[in-house]
Ligand binder design. Structure first.
Ligand code: NAD
Ligand code: IPM
Ligand code: MN
Length: 352
């Protein structure tokens, strides 16, 4: 069997803690299935700034350009508030890899109902499809000027039609496949870029006559996601709104630490960047109590998307779900398990 490749960029805070957990699980899969995996690692974020002065060093980019899928932990932390930002490394990486689509599934897993703030958490499950390389995150110009009271800051929220069209089309494909309506979230009552977004959805819709489409304004959508999460089975939205709504989804399912994601371009079978939705969690970093599930589910997504190994991906997902169902919980889930003990429990499930 051909050797598979993986590049791990652990980053900062709990990033190294959760990617180590994922590598332990990968190691177990490798032993059981006889597949061969070559794991490389590199620097990103604050760790890279400390070592090289920049959040995405050339050495890391050279590794990325070899073409393997990337498993990322998290970047950022209060110690890098001045000077270059760790987050810029992650954004540059997404741009360099041209990963325009970010898939962020959320689900209230069996056994997690009491962790969800919802009164009726049963069956809550959805997918947020977030545009990842456009909008206010990357728009130019971005500038500061003036002084004192006259000081100003400028960000640019810009979308080209082709950028909207490809992500919306992906949204329609998922909605079609999942036999669900497509919920498009924008702010078309205020933003010109959202009006282009909505027009584009209306155009692409003609190619998917079987998929019902609902347009929602982002403010009301945020409210309704809490009250009627079942209206949000497949959501497509621009970069910033998708960032915000996916953390909201983390709240709905009981912890941000439960969400994994895939940042991809184009088709399965290609590389991508697989990252938990959560950040570096400076408030709990170094304590060994981070929930590893977001990283484990990101690893499973990598196996499915880039390696097209449904068996390994499914095994990891099932083991994670069974572990949660059995009552193993890190503190964010109201328990007292550590990252290590939860990871061991997942491995035990894999070996059953
Ligand atoms: P955060 O996601 O790091 O943490 C928010 C809250 O959720 C914290 O209370 C944290 O303890 C908790 N949490 C998050 N992940 C958890 C896990 N796996 N297990 C248990 N609890 C978990 O958001 P923040 O505090 O706003 O940001 C901290 C830093 O992370 C910032 O520098 C931010 O820019 C960065 N960040 C990075 C990424 C990324 O690398 N993909 C994503 C989001 C935020
Ligand atoms: C995320 C993070 C990033 C984003 C930051 C760290 C740049 O919040 O992946 O959700 O805003 O995209
Ligand atoms: Mn975010």
């Amino acid at each position: 069997m051909a050797t598979r490749h993986l590049l791990v960029l652990a980053g900062d805070g709990i990033g190294p803690e959760v990617t180590s957990a994922a590598l332990r699980v990968l190691d177990n899969i490798v032993r059981r299935s006889g597949i061969t995996v070559e794991v490389a690692s590199g620097l990103i974020g604050g760790a890279a700034i400390d070592a090289t002065g920049t959040p995405l060093p050339d050495e890391t980019l050279a590794q990325v350009h070899k073409g393997s899928p990337v498993l990322l932990g998290a970047v950022g932390g209060p110690q890098w508030a001045d000077g270059p930002r760790p987050e810029a490394g992650l954004l540059d990486l997404r741009r360099h890899m041209a990963l325009w689509a970010n898939l962020r599934p959320f689900e209230v897993f069996a056994g997690m109902q009491d962790q969800s703030p919802l009164k009726r958490p049963h069956g809550v499950k959805g997918l947020i499809i977030r545009e990842l390389t456009g909008g206010a995150y990357f728009g130019e110009p971005r500038e500061r000027g003036g002084e004192g009271d006259q000081g100003w800051a400028l960000d640019t929220m810009i979308y080209h039609r082709y950028e909207i069209e490809r992500i919306v089309r992906l949204g329609f494909h998922y909605a079609e496949r999942m036999k669900a309506p497509l919920t498009s979230v924008d702010k078309a009552n205020v933003l010109e870029s959202s009006r282009l977004w909505r027009e584009t959805v209306e155009r692409v819709k003609r190619d998917f006559p079987m998929v019902p489409v609902v347009h929602r304004l982002v403010d009301a959508a945020a409210m309704d996601m809490v009250v009627h999460p079942e209206h949000f089975q497949v959501v497509v939205t621009e970069n910033l709104f998708g960032d915000i709504l996916s953390d909201l989804a983390g709240g709905l399912v009981g912890s941000l630490g439960l969400l994994g994601s895939s940042s991809v371009a184009g088709q399965p079978g290609t590389r991508g960047l697989f990252e938990p939705v959560h950040g570096s969690a400076p408030d709990i970093a170094g304590q060994g109590i981070a929930n590893p599930v977001g990283a484990l589910l990101s690893l499973a997504s990598l196996m499915r998307w880039s390696w097209q190994d449904d068996a390994s991906a499914g095994a990891v997902e099932t083991a994670v779900k069974e572990t949660l169902r059995s009552g193993v919980r890190t503190p964010d889930l109201g328990g007292s398990d550590s990252t290590a003990s939860m990871t061991e429990a997942v491995i035990k499930q894999l070996n059953r």
